[in-house]
Ligand binder design. Structure first.
Ligand code: ADP
Ligand code: MG
Length: 737
């Protein structure tokens, strides 16, 4: 098999990602190889494909037990013979692995660096043929890196003890020159082939927010993500903050857990596993969390505080979206973060054991890094551009996927709109300033416009569909490029330069607010089917005792959903599917697709939005919980709440199943409709519930509220009267039946 076939056959991918092929070729040719690629770029495949093509065994040195376990589980699930040796195994198990290895059972063995100089392991390596030695997370060998591991320094010694020198490969996501040099020097690599691939991760959306109340903002964000079934990481600066945030999120009803260095090993392990196996949706952590995490379906990373430097930030944020799905990296910034970081730098300076001048140099370097980080948080510019240029990459234009570019300007062909504006300036003639021109274009009902008779012009209202900011930006561009000028009174008039554009001989491009309302990331997929496939994945994960994403990554699940295969052939054509995957889980997925297609469409369509709540077991459990609620404990919440929020508050310490809130909500709103407090109306083919004729009496009203992205939406709000009503009357009614 050649590398292409190996990639397809074992890993199910049709093509290599950027950089993979060159690195694979280099290893296959026997040349030492250093690959520097950002997290999620697919470094493992770079050494796993050659491992399946080499004669002997490939040893992979990896710093963390959990990393090894993850990778080996993934390999075994792909039908590749692999094992690991580390302190997670007892002596018996180690012997078993060694025995099997000596008999040539494995293609890939992951090993902890501490194992390399044990007699048992050295003996094994003298018996088997080690074709390649791969150092994963190779930055751990460097003092400059952020995760220095002294045991990595023993690797070259180990290599020398082998009967023949294997090809040496090193992989890392840390790009700085100092670290790269250290890796090559300390691993004693032979004229290695070095490849550094682009650091841009296009699927990551970056945003910096400066909320007044960070905890409230964070809660809102977490709500939004978790309600959509997404899971993620919240990073906080201190253990105390981790504790506080976790407690708060739990109180709000989220499945959250904490992670920091002050916990017992046991609790850390459990919480991490719960996160990996999707038993909890959010993990709140200090920067102690992450290196061992190969979870590919982390779909948001929120930093509650500004991290100390861009390297840390990019590494931590980069844990989102490793499977290539659109994912969000949000940083909540407050100026007091700066003081904390300065304080920490000062502390480590004062406690440094380095000679004075070196300690001062370190401090200076850290201060510089901090100021770059502050710059990222405070400057108005494309965030991705700033980040990439920090890592030494040139980046031009608007990325369209950061908070600046999404709200900001996009280079657009504005010829037609510029023509409209200029012809308006021309028609209005003397006496109109920018504001008046804009008002005419937008068809404003302003009295001044009517008094001047400008509403009779043919250009009146021709840009009704454009917002003011957009028109402003166009006018700005017209003036900046000299096609129009303003006199001392601010009155606009065209210049000769306007002619070629008005005649249609020249086109105009300008940076203007994105008229298309820059892209939502949500793919257009059948959410009902998606939900079914997710269920199958979950069952299969349980059956095989593996995390969900090892069965299929989220992006593979999306592909599967889009393709909706009903035959083996169709299944195999989906990106990411392999023979082994077909044999193990294919039948189950195909059956789910068939069942879904068979189910009569109207009900399938309805199920799209509310799948779990239709499950009879969920319904039964939700009703049980409703009946068990001790309503006499309710003392009222004084703010205005949505109905779901109220239900969550009431049931927060109960084990409400997924979809349960919806079951209760429907039951409650059904009764409110019967009381005339709510009404059902048809809207674009959907039935929606709105305040009814008696809404005011019940304390129910429609309010406008701002979503976390600043967009406004309408919400039916329940004030304390309404909450009383619902709890004591409506819920009471339900409890009685
Ligand atoms: P890294 O170690 O560089 O952070 P991984 O090796 O863990 O990244 O790979 C990240 C994800 O990319 C994994 O889900 C992996 O299966 C996927 N992947 C790797 N190579 C390819 C490829 N050629 N095509 C599609 N997906 C790939
Ligand atoms: Mg990796």
């Amino acid at each position: 098999m050649d590398k292409q076939q190996v990639l397809k056959e074992y890993f199910g991918y049709d093509s290599f990602k950027p950089g993979q092929e060159a690195l694979i070729d280099s290893l296959l040719s026997g040349r030492d190889t250093l690959g520097v690629m950002p997290t999620g770029a697919g470094k493992s495949v770079c050494f796993q494909v050659p491992a399946l093509m080499f004669q002997g065994v490939t040893l992979v040195i990896s710093p963390l037990i959990s990393l090894m376990q993850d990778q080996v589980t993934a390999l075994v699930s792909l039908g590749i013979r692999a094992a690991y040796i580390n302190s997670a195994l007892n002596q018996q198990q180690v012997y078993a692995v060694i025995r099997n290895a000596a008999q040539g059972m494995y293609r890939i063995i992951y090993v902890a660096p501490e194992r390399l100089d044990t007699a048992l392991f050295l003996e094994l390596c003298s018996k088997i043929r080690v074709s390649a030695l791969i150092v994963d997370e190779a930055h751990c060998i460097s003092h400059w890196g952020h995760d220095f591991r002294p045991s990595y320094l023993a690797i070259p010694d180990f290599i020398r003890k082998l009967p023949s020198r294997p090809v040496v490969g090193a992989f890392t996501a840390t790009a700085t020159k100092a670290v790269r040099n250290d890796i090559v020097r300390l691993l004693e690599m032979n004229y290695p082939f070095e490849l550094v691939t682009g650091f841009d991760r296009k699927n990551l959306y970056f945003e910096v927010r400066k909320p007044e109340d960070r905890l409230a903002d964070l809660t809102g964000l977490v709500h939004r993500y978790c309600d959509a079934g997404r899971s993620g990481i919240v990073y906080a600066a201190t253990r105390k903050e981790v504790e506080d945030i976790t407690a708060h999120l739990k109180k709000e009803g989220f499945a959250a857990a904490r992670y920091h260095a002050g916990l017992t090993d046991e609790e850390r392990r459990i919480n991490q596993e719960d996160f990996i196996y999707d038993r909890i949706q959010v993990i709140v952590a200090t920067n102690a969390f992450g290196m061992g995490i190969d979870k590919s379906n982390v779909s948001f990373v929120i930093h509650h505080n500004m991290p100390r430097d861009m390297e840390s930030y990019y590494q931590e944020a980069g844990r989102a979206g490793r499977d290539g799905s659109p994912s969000d990296c949000i940083l909540l910034f407050a100026p007091r973060d700066i003081h904390l970081q300065r304080y920490l730098i000062q502390q480590s300076y004062e406690q440094s054991e380095l000679p004075d001048n070196e300690a001062a140099a370190v401090r200076k370097r850290e201060e510089k890094k901090l100021s770059d980080m502050i710059n990222y948080c405070t400057r108005d510019a494309c965030l991705r551009g700033m980040m990439l240029s920090y890592f030494g990459e040139r980046y031009y234009g608007s990325c369209k996927n950061c908070s600046f570019c999404r709200q900001g300007m996009v280079l657009t062909d504005v010829t037609v709109d510029v023509q409209k504006i200029m012809s308006c300036i021309h028609r209005v003639g003397k006496g109109a300033d920018r504001a008046a021109i804009t008002a005419v274009l937008q068809g404003s009902q302003d009295e001044r416009i009517q008094e001047l008779g400008l509403d009779a012009l043919s250009t009146f209202g021709i840009m009704q569909d454009r917002d003011k900011k957009y028109i402003d930006a166009c006018i700005e561009h017209i003036m900046a490029s000299g096609m129009a000028a303003a006199d001392s009174e601010g009155v606009l008039h065209l210049t000769r330069r306007a002619l070629p554009v008005l005649k249609g001989e020249e086109r105009v491009s300008a940076r203007v607010p994105d008229i298309k309302g820059a892209g939502s990331n949500d793919e257009d997929i059948d959410t009902g089917l998606m939900e079914k496939l997710r269920e199958v994945r979950r069952t299969q994960a349980r059956v095989h005792g593996m995390p969900d994403y090892v069965i299929l990554s989220d992006s593979a699940l999306v592909q599967l959903c889009k393709a909706a295969p009903t035959t083996e052939k169709q299944f195999m054509r989906v990106e990411g599917m392999t023979r082994i995957k077909y044999e193990r889980y294919g039948i189950a997925f195909i059956k789910a697709v068939k069942d879904y297609k068979k189910a009569d469409k109207p009900s399938a369509a309805k199920e799209k939005k509310i799948p779990a709540s239709k499950d009879p077991q969920v319904r039964a459990r939700a009703f049980e919980i409703m009946k068990e609620l001790s309503l006499s404990d309710f003392e009222g919440f004084d703010e205005k709440l949505s109905l779901s929020k109220l239900i969550q508050k009431l049931t927060h310490d109960r084990d409400l199943p997924k979809g349960g809130t919806l079951v209760i909500r429907r039951e409650v709103s059904g009764r409110l409709v019967a009381h005339g407090a709510l009404a059902r109306v048809e809207n674009e083919g959907h039935t929606v519930t709105v305040p009814g004729e008696k809404a005011a009496e019940y304390g129910i009203s429609l309010i406008r509220t701002a979503g976390e992205d600043g967009s406004e939406f309408e919400m039916t709000a329940y004030d304390s009267t309404a909450q009383e009503w619902i709890v004591h009357r409506i819920m009471g009614e339900i409890q009685e039946i």
